[in-house]
Design a protein around this ligand. Structure first.
Ligand SMILES: [Zn+2]
Length: 167
């Protein structure tokens, strides 16, 4: 008589977040129209990003978007993950905004990579009004309409110092 071993696989239901939520596990090229992470961005930001990417390419650098627009659900999950990682909502706020305040949910921010691309953009971004907003997030860029010949506005130390993040 064969012994039947029953494997009790843990059946755990979990909301699977996909591309339609803005998830881009492998990153996405700036010119990929099919990706909701890019398609749902503010058109002005997308235009500026593409212009910058074309010029960066002339310098042999490819700008990759690791995160762009995100659904509220996706942002909620990121916040839950950050609270678990950093221990409290207050500590998590240094890195992840709530769905109501996130500039990713409103389509006004992109996280770019790799580091060669962030270095390129930190040098040339102001020309496209693409600005790093937080000193602790060298990958996070937003379109700053107040960026001018003098460059980008000064950065906040981290999102907690951003007046837009205040309750
Ligand atoms: Zn970001």
């Amino acid at each position: 008589m064969a012994l039947v071993v029953i494997c009790t696989a843990t059946l755990w239901t979990r909301t699977t977040l996909g591309e339609s939520d803005g998830a881009v596990p492998e990153g996405v090229r700036v010119f990929d129209d099919g990706s909701p992470a890019l398609a749902n961005l503010d058109p002005g930001l997308r235009r500026a990003l593409r212009q910058a990417a074309m010029d960066a390419a002339k310098d042999g650098i490819e700008i990759v978007v690791n995160s762009g627009w995100r659904s509220r659900e996706y942002q909620k999950q990121l916040l839950r993950d950050a609270v678990a990682k950093y221990g409290s909502e207050k500590a998590a706020a240094r890195w992840v905004a709530t769905p109501d305040r996130s500039s990713h949910v409103s389509g006004d921010a992109v996280d770019i990579g790799p580091s060669r691309a962030t270095a390129w953009l930190s040098k040339h971004g102001a020309r496209y009004r693409l600005c790093q907003v937080y000193r602790n997030e060298p990958w996070h860029y937003e379109l700053r309409r107040d960026a001018g010949n003098d460059g980008c506005p000064s950065k906040y130390a981290d999102p907690r110092h951003d007046p837009r993040m205040q309750r």
